[in-house]
Design a protein around this ligand. Sequence first.
Ligand code: ASP
Ligand code: MG
Length: 412
Amino acid sequence: MSVLVMKFGGTSVGDLARIRNAAEKVKREVERGHDVIVIVSAMSGKTNELVGWVEETSPLFDAREYDAVVSSGENVTAGLMALTLQEMDIPARSWQGWQVPVQTTSAHSAARIEDIPRTNIDQKFAEGMKVAVVAGFQGISPEGRITTLGRGGSDTTAVAFAAAFGAVRCDIYTDVDGVYTTDPRIEDKARKLDKIAFEEMLELASLGAKVLQTRSVELAMRYKVKLRVLSSFEDTDDNSGTLVCDEEEIMEQNVVSGVAYQRDEAKMTLISVADRPGIAAAIFGPLARAGVNVDMIVQNISEEGRTDMTFSCPVNQVARAKDAMDKAKESGEINFHDLVADTDVAKVSVVGIGMRSHAGVASRMFDALAAEGINIKVITTSEIKISVLIDRKYMELAVQALHDAFGLDSAA
Ligand code: ASP
Ligand code: MG
């Protein structure tokens, strides 16, 4: 029997009518002969409400109780989905994470799935159950406490089930009809991609294309799970949406597949630090311990043993970064003349596995930005990505110019 995993996000199960609509899609797959594992999110807005209640009750909350409360949104949807399917005469039942059990680490609110034993669900399938509706986002720790996987974690639940059950595919139903070359709200010529490679999706996911939780893409890549993103509000078939897959499965490949952006970045420069062995460790150690997510790093040339060190981080971490640097200075770990923060920058990136085999992507990118008079402040590159930091007010313009320069509005 072939297992299909279908995941429905918060807006796809936002009210009873939408749950019914999702159940219709499940029914169709059952009729096509699949055993279906449905992973559900909480109804849209529910998790935020639960988080709010926890924070209001106890600002320095016990993370175990946070998980107990916040995981409950998914339980409601799982039960309602099972009931809806039963009303359609489909043998279905709900499963909370601990009943499967979805075994996780004890890192409350950011737990990782360690194992999903198949025995319990397989037994029910063997007894005639057609659909297992599993509450996403949650599991159980070795200590027997309920855990959650971090915001957006239901995607990861879905991929983990697909891997554990050797599913033919993992379909992620959401409120958009696929993965786009860039954000359609910024560039109306953005085009839906039929296929995208895992590695590209990882870059796009972590760069702020919010369709999938990054961790779920990592997991899909590791276990070679065929992952598909599609809309729950449209008629869909086997070719709908965007398939996230191995790059070998993509025949025609654009050099660049997408343009991503991160609006709220900051650029910090430590002016005149001693250029000596260990200085980078002395700067970035305290930043990491303060929870600052440093992204780009540039060390300038040094003169007379002193240098400037520039890094970028999210704008809402600037105060924390400053504090960490001031403390490191007070304690004598580092010495710098000044710390300058530019909080009006954004990051724009082009991503594509085709870059590995094509030269000239960087110069094409820089030409396109120059033609719009956009100044580049920091550049970083990886094998399949080039990112630049620019003034935030030019972000939209840069995304549009790059989308155009790499011909992303025309099919590959
Ligand atoms: N309900 C959780 C959240 O809003 C998990 C998910 O929907 O993926 O983050
Ligand atoms: Mg989500």
